[in-house]
Write a protein that binds this ligand. Structure first.
Ligand code: NAD
Length: 284
């Protein structure tokens, strides 16, 4: 039976260390502050943004939510971003995705100053990650790497397989693991023989959003399996549930270590948002 990687507990401990560093920074007269821009009409975004606001408050980070409603134009958001870029009190800016219809994410994200780009999504920070230079790295893959290190002292030379190649999860995850000297295979919706390739992985990270796509036939015995996927479902009795990419029950029989959904990667993503805000407040 696999070791369960308790993302909630690891994130809580990590946030404790962030809180300590925030207080030290405040004693030096710097009060870390994040701007959370919500131009989404997805109800889940509302929940995510308020969770981020609550966690920020709990670690001593100031936050402001900027909510945009239907009919918002890209120019309105760009105007706000430019104001925030020039506001010395604001260290970090997050543009919550998905955006409402008619707004282009890549067009807007690149208006955020790379020095306030808390989720490492501007082309500048993505380029830095590509070339192995220091910069801001997306929070979810950073959180995943932390979870991997909780069960592996060394990962250099291990074969890591990443399913998914989005610019927010899969692609930066692939690069982070490559920069950590893993041998990395990137799989996506056009890849063939998924099962066969995954079965050679020492570390398997799945980020597709397809519930239970990863079954026991994908797993090398003893492998570490990290499930990033989140699919919201409503059961026949009306209860709401979150399902991951991995069939937890069958995979946990074979894997060496596995993250649950919920309480695996999710809490780490928000914890790293706090960490990146702190980093921007003290180092940029
Ligand atoms: P996305 O839709 O942008 O990308 C999905 C990727 O999966 C694509 O690159 C696609 O090629 C690949 N894919 C889709 N179907 C596939 C298949 N059958 N075989 C192989 N590859 C396939 O999504 P995303 O933003 O990268 O998010 C992925 C999942 O992770 C979603 O469920 C999302 O909700 C979740 N997520 C979780 C967190 C967290 O904190 N836990 C954070 C971000 C995203």
């Amino acid at each position: 039976m696999a070791k369960i990687i308790n993302g909630k507990k690891i994130a809580t401990e990590f946030c404790d260390s962030v809180r300590d560093r925030v207080s030290e920074l405040k004693m030096r007269g710097i009060s870390p502050r994040i701007a959370l821009i919500n131009a989404s009409n997805d109800p889940a975004s509302e929940i995510y943004v308020s969770k981020k606001e609550a966690l920020a408050a709990s670690v001593g980070i100031e936050s402001d939510i900027y909510k945009f409603t239907k009919g918002t134009k890209e120019a309105d958001i760009i105007e706000l971003i430019e104001k925030l870029n020039n506001d010395e009190k604001v260290h970090a800016i997050l543009l919550q995705s998905p955006l409402m219809e008619g707004l282009r994410f890549r067009e807007l994200i690149n208006h955020i100053s790379p020095n306030k780009d808390v989720d490492g999504l501007t082309s500048v920070n993505q380029g830095r990650l590509f070339s192995g230079e220091p910069g801001l790295v997306p929070c979810t893959p950073l959180g995943v790497l932390h979870l991997i290190h909780s069960v592996h002292e060394k990962i250099a030379g291990l074969h890591a397989v990443v399913i998914g190649r989005s610019s927010i999860v899969g692609r930066p995850m692939t690069l982070l693991l490559l920069n950590a000297n893993c041998t990395v295979t990137a799989l996506h919706s056009y890849s063939r023989n998924l099962e066969e390739v995954c079965k050679t992985a020492d570390i398997l990270v799945s980020a597709t959003g397809h519930p239970k796509i990863v079954g026991k036939n994908f797993i090398k015995p003893g492998a570490t399996v990290i499930d990033v996927g989140i699919t919201r479902v409503i059961e026949a009795d009306g209860t709401r549930k979150i399902i991951g990419d991995v069939d937890f029950d069958e995979v946990s029989e074979i894997a060496g270590a596995i993250t649950p959904v919920p309480n695996g990667v999710g809490p780490m993503t928000v914890a790293y948002l706090m960490y990146n805000t702190l980093k921007l407040a003290c180092c940029y």
